[in-house]
Design a binder for this molecule. Structure first.
Ligand code: GLA
Length: 387
């Protein structure tokens, strides 16, 4: 049974009536452009075919009641007065309600059943998926206009200010705006989106290290602060820059001596990563696929050595992938510190490559890794159900 059918079925059982809507919002992988979004730079993510689904109908008196098939505790609260209650999945639902109301939207309550197959805590943005699914649910019952970038910004605000994770815009925007068959080249300053079709001859394999993402949040904030410190020092040479996005490789080389060793490494990663994203996007568009693998590997090396967000498990996955037939390139995806890597493979060898890499990974690390082939999917959407 599909997830869509499961939430609809569970809704019937709980409420003895059909839902009015089913909404869905996907997780993501990022092909290239890591830790560039909060530096106003470029990213190239794609929405994956794993998502959070909600079957719902409106509920009177501003009451929200969402029941998860994955977690025991429900999300139940009243829109006129609600507060934090720990760290469960329901805080994402409340955070989105808070951000929407704070932006001036008049919200209706709803009741529903929610379920997802984006693995939680593995760096595939299950939190963005639940946020965007929640925003879609509120938009459906409250008849809010849906603009993907605006909703992504509000969900990012929910995550930053309600949940307390200081992420950039990438995860929410790709979950909101993903397009089937395409990765999206996103300018994280202007939020301009350019869809880039994935060639039929290529596949993306997700390689989940199954290693915990320890210290991810504090190390993430540390990296952000280091980038800001680098910008402040580079402004002495280049007063016009606002973010590392404004620094070209040549500018950085000329002014690197102003930075301490750590700032220099962080800045180097971001400046050259932005350049790699643009080259990767151009190569995908022109069909020059022979460059793609090298760009992925250069990105991984830079994240490992200069940005220092890789892990032994992620490095092992990338190394094993590169020894596997049909693999063009591989790199960690998302914030790092554990989580997932991706491998770009020839389409007809993708399944075999997934099996081979993960079997070898399990033997090498004794961790229960997972691997699966994924395809670029549609972003957040709503289905109006007739009966
Ligand atoms: C996490 C954040 C994103 C982005 C990536 C790193 O996924 O949520 O905003 O910064 O890390 O590229």
């Amino acid at each position: 049974m599909s997830l869509q059918q499961r939430v609809i079925e569970a809704f019937h059982q709980r409420f003895a009536a059909p839902p009015a809507f089913a909404v869905r919002a996907p997780g993501r992988v990022n092909l290239i452009g890591e830790h560039t979004d909060y530096n106003d730079g470029f990213v190239l993510p794609m929405a994956i075919d794993r998502a959070v689904w909600i079957a719902l109908r409106s509920r009177p008196n501003g009451q929200v009641a969402a029941y998860s098939l994955d977690f025991p505790q429900p999300a139940t609260f009243t829109l006129s007065a609600f507060a934090h209650q720990g760290h469960g999945w329901f805080e994402y639902v409340k955070g989105v309600a808070w951000a929407l109301q704070d932006a001036g939207h008049i919200l209706e309550g709803w009741e529903g059943v929610i379920a997802g197959d984006v693995p939680v805590g593995s760096g595939l943005s299950s939190s963005a998926a639940i946020e965007l699914a929640t925003a879609r649910a509120f938009a459906a019952v409250s008849q809010l206009p849906w603009d993907a970038a605006t909703m992504a910004r509000l969900c990012q605000r929910a995550e930053n200010q309600w949940v307390g994770m200081n992420c950039g815009i990438m995860d929410q925007l790709i979950s909101a705006a993903g397009q089937a068959g395409c990765a999206l080249l996103i300018d994280c300053r202007s939020l301009e989106i350019t869809p880039v079709r994935m060639p039929d001859t290529l596949r993306v394999v997700v390689l989940d290290s199954a290693a915990p993402r320890e210290l991810a949040s504090s190390a993430y904030n540390e990296r952000r602060a280091e980038c800001e410190a680098a910008v402040a020092k580079l402004q002495a040479a280049y007063p016009q820059i606002r973010a590392l996005r404004d620094v070209t490789p040549a500018m950085l080389t000329a002014a690197e001596h102003r930075l301490d060793q750590v700032e220099r490494k962080r800045a180097r990663h971001v400046v050259f990563e932005n350049d790699r994203v643009l080259r990767f996007g151009a190569a995908l568009r022109s069909g020059e696929t022979d460059q793609l693998g090298a760009l992925l590997l250069a990105s991984h090396a830079s994240l490992r050595d200069d940005y220092q967000v890789s892990s032994r498990e992620l490095d092992t996955l990338v190394e094993l992938a590169m020894e596997t037939p049909g693999v063009l390139g591989a790199r960690l995806t998302g914030a790092g510190f554990g989580g997932c890597a991706i491998a770009l493979t020839e389409a007809d060898r993708a399944e075999d490559a997934a099996t081979t890499v993960i079997e070898r990974y399990r033997r090498a690390t004794s961790r229960a890794g997972q691997a699966y082939v994924t395809v670029p999917s549609q972003g957040a959407e709503v289905l109006t159900l007739d009966d």
